[in-house]
Design a protein around this ligand. Structure first.
Ligand code: 5GP
Length: 214
């Protein structure tokens, strides 16, 4: 079985990533990696489902123990991707989604050059601000920090493979799913298929006494 596709999905806070991720995992068989974080749980968030909520010390231990694929600081808290489940699922041929910020996305690309990097953008900056304010999960100060962070993050957009504008939810979900599914056809994700063809062609040629030694 071919390895699964590792997809990084990033976007500014308020771009609508959360909703898109929820829909993707509900509709399709993607494995969504649960990150570790030092941020406090929001109302309704469940440990082990939304995040693994850790103290700074616990998080540092994970870094020291080489348990994270990547980690980054975001607006005063640490966030990181635990390695174990991601590796296991990819090896089992399951497509894995990482919903992480852009510095982490770049680190994943270094370690997994074949990873697919998708950036979700709102149609405009004013829509971004409206969405951040409208969801009511952050204080005005936190919203301000997240918007300031977006000024830094916008620089990373060009380093992503695809930019999906989240204007219409259904459309964005479909496009992201299509991109991941098409990625399976890439030669770099078809190693076993290529090996099989090589083997079979050699077998046919040698059976017919036509092995090319050139
Ligand atoms: P939030 O606090 O809104 O849940 O997440 C804040 C930011 O951290 C979001 O941009 C989210 O994508 C990012 N994030 C979540 N998990 C990880 C992770 O494991 N690694 C990195 N680098 N960023 C993460």
């Amino acid at each position: 079985m071919e390895r699964g596709i590792l997809t990084v999905i990033s976007g500014f806070s308020g771009a609508g990533k959360g909703t898109i991720m929820r829909e993707l995992i509900q509709r399709y068989d993607y494995f969504l990696s649960v990150s570790a974080t030092t941020r406090s749980p929001r109302a309704g968030e469940v440990d082990g489902k939304d995040y693994y909520f850790h103290t700074k010390e616990q998080f540092q231990q994970m870094i020291n123990g080489g348990e994270l694929i990547e980690w980054a600081e975001y607006v005063g808290n640490f966030y990181g991707t635990p390695k174990k489940h991601v590796e296991e699922q990819l090896a089992q041929g399951r497509d894995v989604l990482l919903e992480i910020e852009m510095q982490g996305g770049m680190l994943v690309k270094e370690q997994f050059p074949d990873a697919l990097l998708i950036f979700i953008s709102p149609p405009s900056a004013s829509v971004l601000r409206e969405r951040l304010m409208g969801r009511g999960t952050e204080s005005p100060e936190e919203i301000e920090k997240r918007l300031l962070r977006a000024v830094e993050e916008v620089k990373y957009m060009k380093d992503y493979d695809y930019i999906i504008v989240n204007d219409e939810l259904e459309d964005a979900i479909k496009k992201i799913n299509d991109l991941i599914q098409y990625d399976h056809y890439k030669a770099c994700n078809s190693a076993l298929m290529i090996e099989k063809m090589e083997r079979e062609i050699r077998e046919i040629c040698s059976a017919e006494g036509r092995v090319n030694h050139g």
